[in-house]
Design a binder for this molecule. Structure first.
Ligand code: URA
Length: 264
């Protein structure tokens, strides 16, 4: 599905989905969602925001101006998370990995969950997979500080396994609130588990990647996880598939697409 919503429809969709989701959670008795978010005041979280005119170079990401209206900040969301113990990995983590980057980023990368390096440092994608992700970001003509990087879950699952549904469920409202705060124009879902979780499908990443899907009104591009590229190498089919996916992301953002020579 090709999804190219306007920024306004993106906001409304995400906002409506988030409202409904939070209401469902509240009705099912989940705690930890601030009550004021499900009251009419919630409509203040994602109001129309003026967007700075794009610079001529198109190289600057996320330097959007915001109007001074009420807006849930990432700091407020982080504060609500607190010393989260909503699922088992809360007890074994060293650090909660909230997310990092530009709070007004036009592009958000979402990974699966923190690994050992991220758990140790409290930052997403700082280990080997992070070095590969940085290379992808730089190859796109961007800087890590331009984008926002986070994960489906905020604590390292035991034995570095993929997060389980009872770990994803309590974390998901916080991810949705982060996205409602950032209001990105595009999301990149990194890897099978991330894409399958966000899109609620069991389809393989090879079938999901290469096209935009709708995630609460935001175009979402699934692609291979940077750690897959560590295994396959810098000139593999997977590597060039990721690059093809990132070209589509850059085109959607109306940013220049750097030339890359595909070695034969
Ligand atoms: N892998 C992920 O999915 N996320 C990280 O933050 C690091 C590695």
């Amino acid at each position: 599905m090709n999804v190219h919503p306007t920024r306004h429809s993106t906001r409304s969709h995400l906002f409506a989905s988030l409202t409904a989701y939070l209401q469902d959670l509240q009705e099912s008795g989940l705690d930890g969602i601030p009550v004021e978010l499900t009251t009419p005041a919630m409509t203040d979280i994602a109001p129309q925001r003026s967007v700075a005119p794009k610079p001529a170079t198109g190289a600057v990401m996320g330097d959007r101006q915001s109007t001074p209206e009420k807006h849930e900040t990432l700091e407020q969301i982080k504060k609500d998370l607190g010393e989260c113990q909503r699922c088992k990995p809360g007890a074994t983590r060293k650090n909660l990995v909230f997310g990092a980057g530009n709070p007004k980023a036009r592009l958000v990368f979402v990974g699966e969950g923190p690994g050992a390096d991220e758990d140790a440092q409290g930052e997403p994608f700082v280990g080997e997979a992070g070095i590969m992700l940085n290379r992808i970001i730089v190859a796109m003509g961007l800087k890590r500080e331009d984008v926002y990087i986070c994960n489906v879950v905020k604590c390292q699952p035991p034995q570095n396994r993929s997060p389980e549904s009872d770990e994803v469920s309590p974390c998901m409202p916080f991810l949705l609130r982060q996205l409602a705060s950032i209001k990105p124009e595009v999301i990149v879902a990194l890897g099978t588990s991330t894409a399958q979780t966000l899109l609620q499908t069991k389809a393989p990443i090879s079938k999901l990647r290469g096209k935009f899907h709708d995630f609460h009104g935001i175009p979402l591009m699934p692609t291979y996880h940077p750690s897959d590229l560590l295994r396959t190498g810098g000139n593999s089919d997977s590597f060039w598939s990721v690059w093809d996916d990132m070209i589509q992301v850059l085109q959607l953002l109306k940013l220049p697409v750097p030339d890359k020579n595909r070695k034969k």
